[in-house]
Design a protein around this ligand. Structure first.
Ligand SMILES: NC(=O)C1=CN([C@@H]2O[C@H](COP(=O)(O)OP(=O)(O)OC[C@H]3O[C@@H](n4cnc5c(N)ncnc54)[C@H](O)[C@@H]3O)[C@@H](O)[C@H]2O)C=CC1
Ligand SMILES: O=C(CO)COP(=O)(O)O
Length: 345
């Protein structure tokens, strides 16, 4: 780390993305005493934070620290920083990263807290960032993932997450920057596993909402979570992840949270589908992002390309994009060829 980083009060942070998660994390950092520049996409979000110290659009009800400086100037927010946290929805990651290319200082650590797999390329966010910001070495990159609803972090409910980086010193630095007595941070070296766990669980969470919307019971949900984890792990193994990551915070931890928590946008989208609303109707009423909707498409195409069996993700894709009825999808899953439980690979 650079000399500057030895003294916390000199550490300069930029946060890119003013949705719920970006706001909760930026405020956590600002409340810790770091001067935090905060890029928000909408002019009205900036104006409102300045006037009310609140992000009424994406994180209503929480007072934001005076140490948080909202801005619509992306370049200014990422320039000359020790750490830049990127937390925009995955479908705008590429365009956002391209805008900051060439403006990241050599020593800057990039942390990504977005969860998703890009349509078309099937890249996780580290892959998109590697393509768009080639000046950022792998050793300066980390992923923050794990079970963490923005509103619960903003409310300072005890939350435990993981930071994955190929470089242990980078992971430790990021751990130190984010940790508070209510936000415990573990380190991990499995970037691929942390990203896949955090992304594919959103697809399974939609499926979990669907089964609740259909009025199916706890047996069904427990089965869905267990078999959902099996297919996340199967994809992960194929892509070189460490299988142990899927028994950790970015795996089963985030999967359980999102499949059971009413605060989950993905679960909520699924529940409304199970209750009979169309995807189009649901999305037209949402300003926030339910990453699983787009990730379902990536997972469907990627798993077919790789020949990885992911039946729950596939049925979820067919419900979202091919008008397959949720009840028919459940029937298909339940009547697949019978097999040995541990035939994973
Ligand atoms: N909200 C949460 O509890 C958590 C969210 N995440 C992840 O964080 C990422 C960001 O999600 P949230 O902060 O929840 O966002 P959000 O869903 O609350 O809000 C959407 C955000 O997208 C921004 N946006 C819309 N169009 C844009 C564009 N063209 N360019 C740049 N930004 C644009 C909006 O300004 C807003 O900040 C997602 O990948 C999500 O899965 C991860 C963990 C927890
Ligand atoms: O990733 C999350 C919690 O860890 C948030 O999930 P949702 O996007 O479904 O709300």
């Amino acid at each position: 780390m650079t000399k500057q980083m030895t003294n916390d009060k000199d550490i300069k942070i930029g946060v890119v993305g003013g949705g719920s998660w970006g706001t909760a994390l930026a405020n956590l950092l600002a409340s810790k005493g770091f001067k935090t520049d905060f890029w928000v996409y909408e002019k009205e979000v900036k104006a409102q934070i300045e006037e009310y110290r609140e992000n009424k659009f994406f994180l209503p009800g929480f007072f934001l620290s005076d140490n948080l400086f909202p801005s619509n100037d992306l370049i200014e927010v990422v320039s000359n920083k020790n750490l830049v946290l990127i937390v925009v929805p995955s479908h705008v990651m590429r365009e956002t990263a391209l805008k900051i290319a060439g403006h990241i200082s050599e020593q800057t650590i990039i942390v990504c807290a977005s969860k998703g797999i890009e349509n078309g390329t099937h890249l996780t966010m580290s892959g998109v960032i590697a393509e768009t910001l080639p000046e950022v070495p792998e050793s300066h990159f980390a992923v923050l993932s794990g079970p963490s609803f923005a509103r619960e972090v903003a409310a300072e409910f005890p939350t435990v997450v993981t930071v994955a980086s190929k470089n242990h010193k980078t992971a430790q630095f990021v751990q130190h920057i984010f940790a508070t007595p209510f936000f415990r941070v573990y380190t991990n070296d499995d970037v691929t596993g942390a990203e896949l766990g955090g992304s594919v669980k959103n697809v399974i969470a939609i499926a979990s909402g669907i089964i609740d919307g259909l009025g199916l019971g706890s047996n069904t949900r427990a089965a869905l979570i267990t078999r959902g984890l099996a297919e996340i792990r199967r994809l992960g193994l194929r892509l070189g992840a460490n299988p142990r990551t899927f028994t950790g915070l970015a795996g089963i931890g985030d999967l359980v949270l999102t499949c059971t928590g009413e605060l989950s946008r993905n679960y909520t989208v699924g529940k409304k589908i199970g209750q009979g609303q169309t995807l189009k109707e649901i999305l037209s009423e949402m300003r926030m992002v339910a990453e699983g909707v787009k990730t379902a498409k990536s997972v469907y195409n990627l798993s077919r390309k790789l020949g990885v069996e992911m039946p729950i993700s596939h049925e979820t894709y067919h419900i979202l994009y091919d008008d397959v009825s949720p009840r028919e999808a459940v029937y298909k899953l339940m009547t697949r060829d019978l097999r040995h439980e541990m035939d994973e690979e």
